[in-house]
Design a protein around this ligand. Structure first.
Ligand SMILES: [Zn+2]
Length: 259
């Protein structure tokens, strides 16, 4: 398949505010950051990468258990920033999404899956296993009720070429979580890598500045270096997980190589 028939869209599904140290260890203050989702139009399917926040978070943060007071959520009260509504306003029917790739299962990535009924879920097997870890679930970052909804599921073990043509490839970038993955997309306008939370911000990459919390910081650093190699080798543009500045530029100017 020629990349000329593949398109990538970056969409906004609300914002959150949390401690800056959660992104860059040792930094003071708070950061308000976007929650992006991504759509890939491919001749063989409509792919969604990540699904944003559970719509219940508009009303209450109870489902986050011990994280319930750690973040503020900026979500439109009318539900227009929930996953399905965001897709519809960009011209996509949620019922026609064929694949959902979850970079990982944290609540701000898997929370909207309930609104995508017919897709096959692509997730790393070692990430899915975390749902069985009651200590992790009690902490609140993982909620089986967000994602274990009976979708057809492919549990991946490492890199995976989704359509067998090299245009959409899951790249194992563990460290933030046990089975975090990023996604390389070859499109008509260039090669992009959806970093997910392997790399929250451009500053995380440029300074190899890790967050205060991650599953395995050595692995996360290795994975960030893998993203740098994708950038150098493929000329890929890296799309950071929650970078307010990059997200604003994309919203204003559209998605361009080198953003
Ligand atoms: Zn995360």
């Amino acid at each position: 398949m020629s990349p000329s028939r593949v398109r990538l869209h970056v969409l906004g599904a609300g914002h959150m505010t949390g401690a800056m140290s959660g992104f860059l260890r040792g930094e003071a203050g708070d950061i308000t950051f976007p929650v992006p989702i991504y759509v890939i139009e491919h001749p063989q399917g409509l792919v969604l990468i990540d699904t944003g926040l559970h719509p219940e978070l508009i009303e209450t943060t109870q489902r986050l258990r011990r994280l319930a007071d750690s973040f503020q959520f900026h979500l439109a009260a009318d539900g227009s920033q929930a996953c399905a509504a965001v897709l519809r306003s960009a011209g996509f029917d949620p019922a026609l999404v064929t694949h959902v790739i979850l970079t990982h299962l944290h609540f701000d990535h898997g929370g909207g899956l309930l609104q995508i009924p017919n897709a096959t879920l692509l997730v790393q097997g070692r990430e899915w296993q975390v749902l069985s870890d009651s200590a992790q679930v009690e902490l609140g970052a993982y909620n089986p009720d967000d994602v274990d909804l009976g979708h057809q599921r492919m549990e991946l073990d490492g890199d995976h070429d989704v359509f067998g043509d090299g245009t959409v490839t899951c790249l194992l970038t563990d460290g933030h979580t046990p089975g975090h993955q990023s996604v390389r997309v070859r499109t008509e306008t260039g090669v992009y890598v959806v970093c997910g939370d392997c790399c929250y911000l451009r500053r995380s990459l440029e300074n190899e500045h890790l967050p205060a919390f991650c599953y395995n910081s050595e692995r996360q650093l290795e994975s960030i270096r893998r993203l740098v190699r994708e950038k150098d080798k493929e000329g890929a543009t890296l799309l950071f997980g929650h970078d307010p500045e990059q997200f604003r530029r994309i919203a204003e100017d559209g998605l361009n190589s080198g953003v």
